[in-house]
Design a protein around this ligand. Structure first.
Ligand code: NAI
Length: 786
């Protein structure tokens, strides 16, 4: 034990261990064996696995290994409890969530110590960061339960939610999943990660103590197989997953076509950009909080430092000094900065990735770490952008440092990743900070700060970082089925399959054929063929038979039209009003085309009128569908801005050939997206007539591209295309399944529905839901005052 004189001489901290007896007693009371928590009771564990303390390698407890039968029992309990839970009014559910928050507060110290023992994160983190955020999450969502009927009129819960969480923030991820699900009236089956099941089981006990009704919350422990059984279970209505991109992709494929709602919060390789005018000392502390927090086992860790050349050397020097002052060791000691890595498997993975990077010529600077399951804080320089260290999620305390010359280079390097979770920007120039924040493709951007979270601010990613948000209004809506038509889902009656295109006609017929519309021009289909539209016995005309090549060309054309999304909403609104005017001028022509499809004259006129009104409505929304500022922490402005998804594929419904097209294309382009539209295959000619209207309306080339032909095959091509960021499909059940499955490649957002189940001419054919689906929020944190 060092004396005070020793400490004053060396300025080293003396040991300050946290008392862990409260956890030891709890484990002993449970005889170090835990079953699942199903329908308000702990089961007797049959098959078990061991959970260990990564700081010591010692076994902590035996945990039940969940079988498919256990998952089934938990889902049945959740199903049985769901109607009663949803039938409670919002105030009654709010009281339950409020009670949970209060009880968590009472047990906060116990939970913090338990988390540190099971996961290895430092007690300073579990006590001062994780637990306060957990508690705040339950209070915040008690509020949403209270306000649900007023704030989300007409919305309903999904039903039973299957939730699968990782080991890096075991209790916090539970809170992020369970609180909004319960607030919305869902019941839950949650599977914690196999390395860190204990705080979830303690939470179950606390929920029982707080009087949560049996079956509302169920916890099934186990590994990936248990998780997979939950994903597959036919009676689960929504899956929410946080974890690796690899498993996220498997889950996307597994749930394709099942009608299950899905949100995925996956990996990241987030940039931290330091400009020459940044406060470098503050940036160094930001880097400590960004990559060395929780041993770098953080999905949004700033694992790539990009630094302006003039200050690169100085920042590197400061970081190398700072590395040597970080204390890696016993996580229960209050003066420890970095604890152990969660498990030897993860440690081996970090070592392997770093060894590969070193083979590629990188230089390592490392702090110190004791023997055992520890990895020292590490800075890597001289690393190529293509190195695994710059591209792979290492999930350890390892950060690369790469210099850049201009802000444009910084943005290009920052966006040179398949992920899009978070970014951090350091500069004293507010113009530059916001400019860079707007250009970085990430769901969360921190300015002059990093890794700040709050229940009131949406968190989530783009691209291979997943889709869906947690926190705030956006997080709540992910647990509500909203205004989805009643027919959606597993029990939905399937519509008759769409007639496949009739055999192609000889090329000679081409001159009489409606062409495709790509890049602002009418073009012949690559196949050179056309097909007969309408019923075989009552053909309505000929349309171009688009193929994969046409889709590729259309995506290329859309990729060039980047200016559309950057225009102010007002400009887009003007273009769309003009579009409506031009459609109005041709109303009679469109009505007679609809009559040729069998509409009565009044039906035809009504569909044209409704289409016109809908264009006006979305034009009006172009500068009104806003983001928000959030009440989060003092000294921060936290705002969200809806961003267009980018390039979207839209497969139109068969019903209402003109209105179906307008109802889906207009919200997408009003929000700044560029679209590739696949019209109804049986009645595409209303869409091809639409070219003329687009041509005369100042819609820039490439913003709307229309490809006629076999809709479902073309939709599959679009869904699989890596440059397409979002996909809406309103067609057959098989087409929904194919679209969702093919979208797993770049994990694009999808909205797939039985096209016949929605009443396109009624209120559910138009609304904020469409704008919501055409955008994704970007959350920007701007601290002030210091
Ligand atoms: P993982 O993605 O395999 O585990 C996360 C959760 O998913 C666990 O509860 C696990 O049991 C469950 N799971 C695994 N396979 C499943 C399946 N087929 N179906 C349903 N559930 C399944 O992550 P793992 O193996 O623990 O870590 C590997 C790497 O993943 C890490 O090194 C890190 O790069 C990344 N990761 C990222 C996280 C994030 O928050 N972004 C969290 C955890 C890991």
């Amino acid at each position: 034990m060092p004396t005070i004189k020793d400490i004053l001489t060396t300025m080293e901290y003396g040991p300050a261990p946290e008392d862990s007896s409260v956890v030891t007693d709890w484990i002993r009371r449970h005889e170090a064996r835990f079953g699942h928590f199903i329908d308000g009771h702990f089961t007797d564990p049959a098959q078990t696995f061991t959970t260990t303390n990564p700081a010591t390698g010692e076994a902590v407890a035996q945990i039940a290994s969940g079988s498919a039968a256990d998952v089934d029992a938990a889902v049945s309990a959740a199903r049985a409890a769901q109607p009663g839970w949803a039938a409670l009014d919002g105030h009654a559910r709010a009281r339950h969530l409020y009670a949970l928050a209060r009880h968590l507060q009472q047990h906060a110290r116990f939970l913090a110590v338990l988390e540190t023992i099971d996961n290895g994160k430092t007690i300073r983190e579990s006590r001062d960061i994780d637990l306060p955020l957990v508690i705040r999450h339950f209070y915040h969502h008690a509020g949403w339960a209270e306000l649900l009927a007023d704030e989300f009129p007409g919305a309903r819960p999904h039903g039973v939610c299957g939730q699968i969480i990782p080991w890096n923030f075991p209790l916090l991820m539970l809170a992020w999943k369970v609180a909004p699900a319960l607030a919305a009236g869902n019941t839950v089956v949650l599977k914690p990660a196999e390395y860190t099941p204990l705080t979830a089981l303690a939470f179950a006990e606390i929920a029982r103590e707080a009087g949560l009704p049996p079956g509302v919350l169920n916890i099934v422990t186990g590994d990936g197989e248990t998780g997979a059984a939950l994903v597959r279970h036919p009676d689960v209505d929504k899956i929410a997953f946080t974890g690796s991109t690899e498993v996220g992709r498997l889950i996307r494929q597994e749930t394709a076509g099942s009608g299950k709602a899905l949100t995925l919060e996956l990996g990241g390789k987030s940039p931290l950009i330091v400009f020459a005018d940044a406060d470098l000392d503050a940036a160094v502390e930001g880097i400590v909080d960004s990559i060395w927090f929780n041993q770098g086992q953080v999905c949004c860790a700033g694992s790539r430092i990009l630094v302006a050349e003039p200050v690169a050397e100085r920042l590197e020097k400061l970081l190398r000094n700072r590395l040597t002052t970080l204390v890696t060791g016993d996580p229960l000691d209050k003066s420890t900065d970095l604890g152990p890595i969660v498990d030897p498997v993860q440690l081996a993975r970090i070592r392997e990735l770093v060894a590969k990077g070193v083979d590629g010529g990188a230089t390592l600077y490392q702090g110190s770490a004791p023997d055992g399951c520890y990895y020292p804080p590490t800075l890597v320089t001289g690393v190529e952008p293509a190195s695994v260290l710059c591209t792979e999620e290492i999930f350890g305390p390892v950060v690369t440092l790469t210099p850049f010359r201009t802000p444009e280079d910084a943005v290009a390097l920052a966006n040179n990743t398949r992920y899009g979770l978070a970014a951090s920007v350091w500069t004293e120039n507010v113009n530059l900070a916001l400019d860079i924040a707007s250009q970085v493709r990430a769901g969360v951007v921190w300015i002059n700060t990093a890794n700040v979270f709050d229940a009131g601010a949406p968190f989530g990613g783009w691209r291979e970082s997943g889709f869906g948000r947690e926190g705030g209004r956006a997080g709540m809506s992910a647990y509500l089925a909203g205004t989805q038509p009643a027919g959606k889902g597993r029990e939905a009656p399937l519509p008759p399959p769409v007639a496949t295109p009739a055999p192609a006609l000889p090329a000679a017929a081409i001159d009489r054929t409606a062409k495709l519309y790509i890049g602002g021009r009418q073009v012949r289909p690559d196949s050179g063929y056309s097909y007969v539209t309408g019923d075989p016995d009552a053909p309505t005309g000929l349309a171009g038979l688009g193929n994969r090549k046409d889709i590729r060309n259309a995506v290329e054309a859309a990729a060039k039209a980047t200016g559309w999304g950057r225009q102010p909403g007002h400009n887009r609104a003007q273009v769309l009003y003009y579009l409506a005017e031009n459609l109005g001028a041709r109303a009679a022509e469109f009505a007679s085309r609809l009559e040729s499809f069998g509409h009565s004259p009044s039906e035809a006129r009504e569909e044209v009128d409704q289409s016109l009104r809908r264009i006006f409505w979305y034009a009006a929304q172009a500068d009104k569908y806003d983001g928000a500022t959030h009440h989060t922490r003092s000294g921060h402005i936290t705002l969200t801005q809806p961003q267009p998804l980018g390039i979207m594929g839209i497969a139109c419904p068969d019903a209402c050939p003109l209105l179906g097209l307008v109802s889906t294309v207009l919200p997408a382009i009003a929000m700044g997206n560029r679209v590739i539209v696949l019209p109804s295959p049986s009645r595409p000619l209303a869409a091809t007539d639409f070219y003329q209207v687009l041509d005369t309306s100042d819609v820039p080339a490439g913003v709307v591209n229309i490809v006629t032909g076999p809709r479902d095959a073309l939709a599959a091509t679009l869904a699989a295309h890596d440059e397409v960021d979002g996909m809406w499909y309103f067609g057959t059940a098989q087409g929904c399944a194919d679209t969702e499955r093919h979208s797993a490649g770049n994990l694009k957002q999808t909205w797939c529905e039985d096209g016949a189940a929605r009443n396109w001419s009624g209120p559910e054919g138009q609304g904020r839901l469409f704008l919501d689906r055409a955008t994704q929020p970007k959350t920007i944190w701007v601290p002030y005052g210091e």
